[in-house]
Design a protein around this ligand. Structure first.
Ligand SMILES: Cc1cc2nc3c(=O)[nH]c(=O)nc-3n(C[C@H](O)[C@H](O)[C@H](O)COP(=O)(O)OP(=O)(O)OC[C@H]3O[C@@H](n4cnc5c(N)ncnc54)[C@H](O)[C@@H]3O)c2cc1C
Length: 286
């Protein structure tokens, strides 16, 4: 099939996969996983592709996308529970919580991922992280078996940009968040403030995968990169953003190879000048 993957990532970079399968519902997802198992095909799932850098040669095997049954959200104002499919965007989740006057997820407004992708890597911003309000998750393992993760019991297995799902091959299908009653106007103001800060500081006009590097102990990767004078530094079509040094952007026609070379050059220079070795946050696939 050789399906292009670049349009399914926010970086707009990378080669094809062997087969791209959009599963509309739970049964289709289960069938697809069993098919991959029987035929010994590797599989991956993409959310919004906002933390993924696909290699120029592409990804072998099947890439799964979640369809319409995974895009539903229900918020219960009284109990504070919000239940949603793993394919729901964080923006839609935050808006549903706001509409029900529920507080606790405002920090996630503007992170351009899905609930599944955010749980997978415990996305966070502005001192919040997804695990803080996550009550439980339903998932399928590679054998197509269904299970539920009690995220309160598992809380200690969520850490900075890591969850019990990271690298496990399990597919999150839905999640339940427990939020608190709040004031709708205050929730809206907080969300707007976070969104404005993103618009002001981040190069949202260019394709990227957000922060390229994890936050090193006691500091910010962007500050270290800036101090080393690397803002604007480029390899091919990939550039350290002049607006936010923590972002590598696709200025136009960047390849995965350009981005990887730039990442290595940045790491080398930062290490040489500060003694700190940066760690990549963006996941490279293929
Ligand atoms: C402009 C911009 C700003 C950003 N700001 C932030 C930020 O403030 N904080 C932050 O943490 N991140 C940020 N990011 C990165 C990214 O948006 C988050 O990591 C987000 O959680 C990724 O979600 P996704 O749906 O795009 O996942 P993808 O990038 O599609 O996938 C990421 C990983 O999750 C796995 N995955 C996806 N869905 C599922 C599922 N249903 N079950 C199991 N595994 C799954 C994938 O296989 C992959 O390994 C930013 C990115 C951009 C482009």
């Amino acid at each position: 099939m050789n399906a292009p993957l670049a349009p399914h990532t926010t970086f707009k970079i990378g080669g094809p996969c062997d087969a791209l399968v959009k599963v509309a519902n739970y049964d289709m997802l289960k069938k697809a996983l069993l098919f991959c198992k029987e035929n010994r095909l590797p599989y991956r799932i993409f959310g919004n592709g906002s933390n993924i850098l696909v290699r120029d040669e592409g990804v072998r095997g099947v890439v799964l996308l979640l369809g319409k049954d995974f895009a539903l959200t229900a918020a219960d104002e009284k109990s504070g529970f919000v239940v949603c499919g793993a394919g729901v965007s964080l923006t839609a989740l935050c808006l549903a919580a706001r509409d029900a006057s529920l507080t606790g997820l405002e920090f996630a407004y503007g992170i351009p991922g899905t609930v599944g992708g955010a749980i997978y890597m415990n996305a966070g911003a502005y001192d919040g992280e997804i695990a803080n309000r996550l009550h439980s998750c339903d998932y399928l393992d590679g054998n197509g078996n269904y299970a539920e993760l009690d995220c309160l019991k598992e809380r200690e297995n969520f850490s900075y940009r890591k969850s019990p799902f990271t690298g496990s091959g399990k597919i999150i299908v839905s999640a339940e968040f427990q939020l608190s009653k709040g004031d709708k106007a205050q929730i809206t103001a907080k969300m707007d403030d976070f969104m404005n800060r993103r618009r002001e500081k981040q190069p949202l006009e260019f394709p990227s995968a957000g922060s390229t590097f994890k936050r090193p102990e006691g500091g910010y990767a962007s500050r270290l990169i800036d101090v080393c004078g690397l803002k604007g530094f480029s390899v091919g079509g990939a550039q350290v953003s002049e607006k936010h040094a923590g972002f590598i952007i696709n200025k136009g026609g960047a390849t995965c190879s350009d981005v990887l070379k730039l990442i290595e050059a940045v790491k080398e220079r930062v290490f040489k000048e500060t003694g700190i070795m940066l760690e990549r946050e963006v996941e490279v696939l293929g």
